[in-house]
Design a protein around this ligand. Structure first.
Ligand code: ADP
Length: 789
């Protein structure tokens, strides 16, 4: 029987190969050997490594492994190009972005084929997802460039951005990085992943053809060391990284104390929740997209199936039936569902993880049928019989492996879903709108898809919670990540505060009397320090003005625990939070003279004005509580994305020494307005202004645990807070060294940090009365909801 007859017989798909000729012709035209693209010119190839087609093993081209000198040359070119590029009118930059988008679209098939040959992903995906989304990103950001001045007044670009991307969506990740950076007026040095440099190099030709000014985009290829050289270069103003959490942590450490901007989009272990009332067939199709799209090599892959127990058996049977129909094979075949993994090391890594999981009790199902004998192919796999502690449940596999667990109640689903160090994305399926919209806010993830999955658009922010990183790409939030307020860029080192010498050498027994010792405030109660020690507070003349508790690690831990148990503050109606803050301001107002006198005693300055400013500031954030809203995006598909503003969670605040009351009022009120709970370390030199505050908090209906105050040595308390996994964000006002320490210590759970780095923040300025602070106190979750026809 001939082939066509056989197909009639089996009703199977026939082969539909995409021709690689044009991609090969392009590679040949380049001699299959590439240098870097620096300052608008190709460098001579240096030491090279081979880029291979993972589906066949065939070498495609030799790629130069960038050295520190290459990186330096690229950064210099980007620096030189920056003034002119950032000086263009927004619409002029927009014209270039628009032209790039058009060229990507015009050559979309070439890009798609080259991407598939280099990465192994099915042509169906590179053709229908990667490349159109990359073009859309440039189109969308052309518009942002044009409207920048109106939408982000008094903001400026960072300068030179170092961008490091992974191999799973090579051109798309390039677009996510380069489009917003250029729209904002930055210049860039981008390092593609070592496995997949080719479409970035083809992109260079697009930049040349649209006449992009030299040095605006520089591409340096290479391995991890090349990336590290870019991260560590002293003249880079911002690092944007997408890749593994492991490398993200290295980069967090390396950039600590440098003042470089940082955004990290890291790993995930995203839950895919199917409730018993879901449209099961749709949920199965969604699941195929969630875990077998790009062979599962997707940071937001729905890799943890959580299915309601009542439908578990039926649903798993449907999944298995569908798996049997998935076609694994030549990625250039248009009817193939699952292509090749990116490299043999990945295949081995996944096999090792599977072995570990099986040794721990997991049961693996793989459908019958053949996969190619050569190349980096794996069958789709379904893993069952696992506990939450199984390696395959806790580790990111980054391959075509789905892990299934069941739950009984919606509460259990949420608990299991959030039981991970990651928080990139989550999917849920239910025909019950009440259930779906009840669960979505409870999922700790930057993106939630309802009755859909893996939806992306340039207008909708994407990024993680927890160890999935911080910062967003796409949308307004993504644009904001490439801009700084002008005043922030011009901050100067803070003048040193006068050093107070105690009038007499302090004898611990010489206190003012017991009633002068201010207590700490933990979980809504006045608390004595665990250490059993107090520390003296001196006025500017060196005289003792009071004492505060010497807080230690244990006091911080207790405070964090109380703060975490008060997190329902974040879901209290914003209107109610506003009322509490108004009440707080009023109560401070009643006691203004007392607070002013206390400030004067500690600082020697007239405190009346600072108290007045503090009251005004708390009023300002009370007013903001119910106004700093999210947005609804209309991506070009049958859905809306609700960009919901959520609190970070628990924020550790180490308050500034200058303007001790105003600083605390500003930071505290902004954090509270947005629904965060706080562990506050008041100024070390003037803590009494803040310890008095607990009496005001008590009379203002602030729920227990929402604000906790621990006095003591700022640096050691800051370190404990920064290292604590129960703290989600850390605001530190103090020295450059202290800031570096906080940024380094924050690496354990990748909490967001905001540090003053010894610079002079003038809290009396109106910059501190609005969205600058609100954006730091929040993160955006995008909830995708099917909508319209
Ligand atoms: P993945 O798991 O996606 O391969 P990696 O985090 O290993 O993620 O790689 C993502 C990118 O980070 C790649 O471009 C890689 O070369 C680069 N990279 C790896 N190690 C480092 C490092 N220490 N510093 C900077 N970049 C690095």
């Amino acid at each position: 029987m001939n082939k066509i007859m056989q197909i009639f017989d089996s009703l199977d798909y026939g082969p539909a190969p995409e021709a690689p000729d044009q991609a090969i012709a392009w590679l040949d035209s380049k001699g299959r050997k590439f240098g870097h693209f620096i300052n608008g010119l190709w460098t001579e190839p240096g030491q090279t490594f081979s880029a291979d087609n993972p589906a066949t093993g065939a070498p495609l081209a030799d790629i130069t492994n960038g050295t520190a000198a290459d990186v330096d040359a690229a950064v210099k070119a980007a620096r030189a190009a920056f003034p002119a590029w950032s000086g263009l009118k927004g619409y002029q930059r927009g014209k270039y972005l628009y032209a790039i988008a058009r060229m990507i679209q015009k050559h979309s098939r070439l890009f798609a084929v080259l991407e598939t040959m280099d990465n192994g992903k099915p042509i169906r995906e590179s053709r229908d997802a990667d490349i159109p989304l990359a073009a859309r990103h440039f189109y969308h950001h052309a518009g942002w460039a044009t409207h920048l001045e109106r939408e982000f007044p008094d903001h400026v670009p960072y300068g030179v951005c170092g961008q490091i991307i992974p191999w799973n969506f090579p051109l798309l990740m390039l677009a996510w990085k380069i489009a917003p950076a250029l729209a904002a007026g930055n210049t860039v040095v981008l390092k593609p992943a070592e496995f997949t440099s080719l479409t970035a190099l083809l992109f260079v030709e697009i930049c040349e053809r649209v006449g992009l000014p030299k040095g605006v985009v520089n591409i340096v290829t290479g391995e991890g060391d090349t990336g590290a050289a870019l991260v560590n270069h002293s003249d880079v103003d911002k690092i944007a990284f997408t890749g593994s959490t492991e490398v993200g942590k290295i980069i967090r450490q390396a950039t600590a104390g440098t003042g470089k901007g940082l955004s990290l989009e890291l790993g995930g272990k995203s839950p895919y929740i199917v409730f018993e009332d879901a449209d099961l067939d749709s949920a199965v199709e969604g699941l195929v997209e969630a875990i077998w799209f790009n062979q599962g090599q997707v940071c937001c892959a729905g890799s943890r199936l959580l299915v309601q127990e009542s439908i578990e058996e039926r649903f798993i049977a449907k999944v298995k039936a569908r798996m049997a129909k998935l076609r694994v094979g030549d990625p250039l075949d248009k009817s193939v569902d699952i292509g090749a993994l990116v490299a043999q090391v990945q295949v081995e890594r996944i096999r090792d993880l599977m072995k570990r999981g099986v040794a721990e009790g997991a049961v693996v199902y793989e459908p019958d049928g053949d996969i190619p004998g050569e190349g980096c192919f794996l069958k789709p796999a379904l893993v069952t019989n696992v506990s939450p502690a199984n390696t395959l449940v806790s580790e990111e596999i980054f391959g075509p492996v789905l892990v299934a667990m069941s739950f009984r109640t919606p509460e259990e689903a949420v608990q299991l879903a959030n039981n991970t160090k990651y928080g990139l994305a989550a999917t849920l399926w239910s025909e019950n709108i009440n259930l779906a919209l009840d669960i979505a806010p409870k999922l700790k993830a930057g993106v939630v898809w309802i009755n859909g999955t893996n939806q992306f658009d340039a207008a909708v922010g994407f990024g993680g919670y927890k160890e999935s990183g911080f910062g967003r790409e796409g949308g307004r939030e993504g644009m904001a990540n490439y801009l700084k307020p002008k005043w922030e860029k011009a901050l100067k080192p803070a003048p040193a505060l006068p050093v107070v010498t105690p009038a007499a050498s302090p004898n611990p027994l010489d206190s003012h009397g017991l009633d002068q010792t201010a207590k700490m405030y933990i979980g809504g109660k006045q608390a004595r320090p665990d250490s059993g020690y107090n520390r003296p507070v001196f006025g500017p003349d060196g005289k003792l003005v009071g004492e505060v508790g010497e807080g230690n690690r244990k006091d911080i831990r207790n405070s964090v625990e109380k703060a975490r148990s008060a997190l329902s503050w974040g879901t209290t109606a914003a209107h109610s939070r506003a009322q509490v803050l108004y009440f707080l301001a009023e109560n401070l107002d009643y006691r203004r003279d007392e607070f002013a006198a206390r400030l004067k005693a500690q600082t020697g300055l007239d405190g009346a004005e600072e108290v007045e400013q503090s009251i005004e500031r708390i009023f300002a954030f009370a007013g903001w509580a119910d106004k700093y809203d999210g947005a609804v995006h209309n991506p070009p598909m049958r859905a809306i994305a609700a960009a919901m503003v959520e609190p970070l969670g628990v924020i550790g605040i180490v308050a500034p020494d200058s303007k001790p009351l105003l600083g605390v009022s500003t930071l505290l009120a902004s954090a509270l307005a947005m629904g965060n709970c706080v562990v506050l370390v008041p100024s070390q030199t003037a803590p009494l202004s803040v310890t008095d505050l607990y009496q005001v908090l008590e009379t203002s209906d602030v729920p227990a645990g929402v604000v906790n105050i621990v006095t003591g040595d700022s640096l050691s308390l800051a370190k404990t807070l920064a290292e604590h996994d129960g703290v989600d964000g850390m605001w530190f006002f103090g020295s450059a060294e202290g800031s570096t320490m906080v940024e380094r210590a924050s690496v354990s759970n990748l909490k967001q940090t905001w540090t003053s780095r010894g610079l002079e923040y003038d809290f009396t300025s109106s910059h501190f009365a609005g969205d600058y602070l609100l954006s730091k106190a929040t993160q955006v979750k995008n909830v995708w909801i099917p909508y319209g026809a």
